[in-house]
Design a protein around this ligand. Structure first.
Ligand code: SF4
Ligand code: SF4
Length: 192
């Protein structure tokens, strides 16, 4: 026989019903079965595997995960950060952003419409990269299944609600509150 090979002891095939019965009993209550059950029990007690009970439990998303977009407001004034420059619309490779602007009553440019077609968006993140005002960012909302395609995609769905402005996550960059904002505050002179 070649080196490294060995013969397996193959029991003779049972010839009678009595021998078949004995083989069945031997296989059913053999130590291998008990050994397997012991291993399963040991792992179950010592190293239990946890399954996330979704949606009651959720795993944390990566900080760089690109989920449904959010339109942010300025934390101090509550005004919309978007200045209607149109850069996000122009850079979008999937042509999924559509926006419109108009002249507001105060003579300033206002974003009257802003929609993202999430059926086309490829979540590349270019719109958030190019925005000069940190107005559009990717949020943490990844459950974008809905009965209507228009869900999530309208400006009012993406824009931070005024009541929830304190919960709005701030990002570093232009338009964001500086980390040392309190140190930079100067007392207004009386002459003003
Ligand atoms: S993530 Fe990419 S594809 Fe989606 S809206 Fe922004 S630029 Fe367009
Ligand atoms: S790039 Fe930013 S500021 Fe310009 S239109 Fe888009 S969201 Fe608004």
């Amino acid at each position: 026989m070649k080196e490294g090979y060995y013969n397996i002891g193959i029991a003779p095939y049972p010839a009678s019903n009595w021998e078949r019965f004995k083989q069945l009993v031997r296989r059913s209550v053999s130590l291998e079965l008990l050994k397997g059950l012991w291993i399963v029990f040991r792992v179950m007690v010592k190293d239990p595997t946890h399954t996330t009970v979704y949606p009651a439990e959720r795993l944390p998303l990566s900080k760089r995960y690109r989920a449904i977009h959010q339109l942010l407001r300025l934390a101090e004034s509550g005004n919309e950060r978007c200045i209607g420059c149109g850069l996000c619309e122009k850079i979008c490779p999937a042509k999924s952003i559509r926006m419109d602007t108009e002249l507001g009553e105060d003579g300033r440019k206002k974003v009257s419409q802003y929609t993202i077609n999430f059926g086309r968006c490829i979540y590349c993140g270019l719109c958030a990269e190019v925005c000069p005002e940190l107005a559009i960012v990717h949020g943490q909302r990844f459950e974008n299944a809905s009965e209507q395609r228009a869900h999530f995609s309208l400006k009012e769905d993406m824009l931070t609600h005024k009541e929830a402005i304190k919960l709005q996550k701030e990002f570093a960059g232009y338009g964001a509150i500086a980390q040392n904002a309190d140190e930079n505050i100067k007392k207004t002179p009386l002459a003003y």
